[in-house]
Design a protein around this ligand. Structure first.
Ligand code: 8IG
Length: 272
């Protein structure tokens, strides 16, 4: 096993130093993790100053899922108070890949070690709440971990009461008062839920279900970053529409909606 498993925080620190070297930027301010179909949202941020494979940095795995790029971009954005250095991950590692939780959270840990005070986590997910439409973005207000997998080890009893920053959610609502909020369930996958499981999850208060975001949110928060989570509903969860779930449809719905999300994200980044 590599250093990532025996010393995950140390490996993130080394990766952050390599990032500084590759970009010539001693630190970054904000990190964004782009889920399936969110690449066009990253494109809406403008032209990056740097782009390279995530595997150029220590501890990153070669990505496996189609549409999960495994690229890192660095942007200089013009904010109200000067330049905002944004670090964007196109693609992520998931628990269902079976490599453990360490690679899943390595990107956000690297970002926080690189100076990021805000971590924006995006994903594509299934809608459990019947009010949601395909293509709709939903802010994550809270989560339920159905994996119960934590990236934390030892007596790190972090409070998760305000895991998904109220402050940043309020900024998004100022920009777009129609944005919905919901509770996101982390489901390990790679199989989707059964219809019975979706009924169970709705009963316990879930609105959204997906296979990412939660371990990263916990890891980023534990290191002191503020977290924003945004889900793009790309399919009705199992048993709701009568249709079967297909990864290709999920990707198409994501691509169609992510452009407008990119515009929203760039407005929000300027206000952070
Ligand atoms: I996109 O319906 C996407 N990801 N668990 N269930 C789960 N993950 C998903 C779904 C879904 N849609």
């Amino acid at each position: 096993m590599s250093d990532l498993y025996t010393d995950p925080i140390g490996t993130a620190t080394v990766a952050a130093a390599k990032l500084a070297q590759l970009t010539g930027k001693p630190h970054h301010d904000v990190a964004l993790v782009m889920g399936s179909g969110w690449v066009s949202a990253a494109d809406a941020l403008g032209t990056p100053t740097h782009e390279f494979p995530a595997t150029s940095l220590p501890g990153f795995l070669v990505p496996t899922v189609e549409g999960h790029g495994g690229l890192v971009r660095s942007y200089d954005l013009q904010g109200a108070n000067g330049t905002i250095r944004a670090l964007v991950f196109l693609g992520r590692t998931h628990l269902y890949e079976g490599k453990g939780v360490e690679p899943v959270v390595h990107g956000v840990r690297t970002a926080v070690k690189a100076g990021c005070k805000v971590v924006v986590l995006t994903n594509a997910c299934g809608g459990i709440n019947r009010d949601y439409k395909v293509g709709q973005p939903v802010l994550i207000r809270d989560h339920i971990s159905m994996t119960a997998v934590s990236p934390l080890i030892g007596a790190d009893f972090v409070d998760l009461t305000d895991l998904y920053s109220k402050r940043i959610r309020a900024i998004l609502h100022e920009e777009d008062p129609t944005l919905a909020e919901g509770v996101y369930v982390h489901w390990r996958g790679p199989a989707y839920e059964t219809p019975a499981e979706i009924n169970f999850l709705r009963t316990v208060g879930a609105d959204l279900v997906g296979m990412s975001t939660v371990p990263e949110a916990i890891a980023a928060h534990a290191l002191g970053a503020e977290v924003l989570g945004i889900s793009l509903v790309t399919n009705a969860a199992a048993g709701i529409s009568g249709e079967k779930l297909s990864h290709l449809e999920v990707m198409a719905a994501g691509k169609a909606a992510a452009g407008k999300m990119g515009d929203l994200l760039s407005k929000v980044l300027h206000k952070l």
